[in-house]
Design a protein. Sequence first.
Length: 81
Amino acid sequence: MFFFSPGLVRTEMTEGMGLVAEDAPWTPPELAPELLRKLATGRYDALAGRYLHAEHDDVDELLVRVDELRERDLNAIRLRR
């Protein structure tokens, strides 16, 4: 399972909320679907259980560093009860 953040994407819903400033750090809307297409290939399964941000995380670069991610427990998601 992957946990990803699309970032702050400008949509009718986010604009309609009136809570986000015009100069907010908007994520280009094509990045979230692009990330999902990559993840769906199965090539990035070694990154499962990691938090991925559509705009800030290059999954190809993370895949190269997967041993470091595991060793240092980077981008890890932990649910505790």
